[in-house]
Design a protein around this ligand. Structure first.
Ligand SMILES: [Zn+2]
Length: 105
């Protein structure tokens, strides 16, 4: 039996997270059934408050496929994000598909 390999990429710290919670993007719930998870401080992970644990969700909801931004916006999704390093909100420019400092919008 081989031992599990720690993937350093999986434990890379996030530098930003979406302002809307994982549930908005239909990211899979925790195995305990809690769907109201938060973005973990680690990339590819979400945080379950009742379980007090970071975990890799079973699927990533809308992020598993190509995302038509117009359609997603009509569904109430918002891809604006919070930059944890600068403490600033960055807005997604729907025409360029690039993030811009909210101050410049
Ligand atoms: Zn849980």
């Amino acid at each position: 039996m081989s031992s599990p390999i720690l993937n350093p990429e999986a434990l890379e710290r996030r530098t930003w997270h979406y302002i809307q919670s994982p549930a908005h993007f239909e990211v899979a719930a925790c195995s305990c059934g809690n769907a109201d998870t938060q973005w973990s401080e680690f990339r590819h992970h979400v945080w379950c408050d009742p379980c007090q644990k970071d975990f890799v969700p079973e699927h990533n909801g809308v992020f598993d496929g190509p995302i038509p931004i117009g359609v997603a916006t009509m569904l109430g999704l918002n891809f604006d994000r919070f930059n944890m390093e600068t403490g600033k909100v960055e807005r997604l420019n729907h025409e360029s598909a690039q993030y811009e400092d909210a101050a410049h919008v």
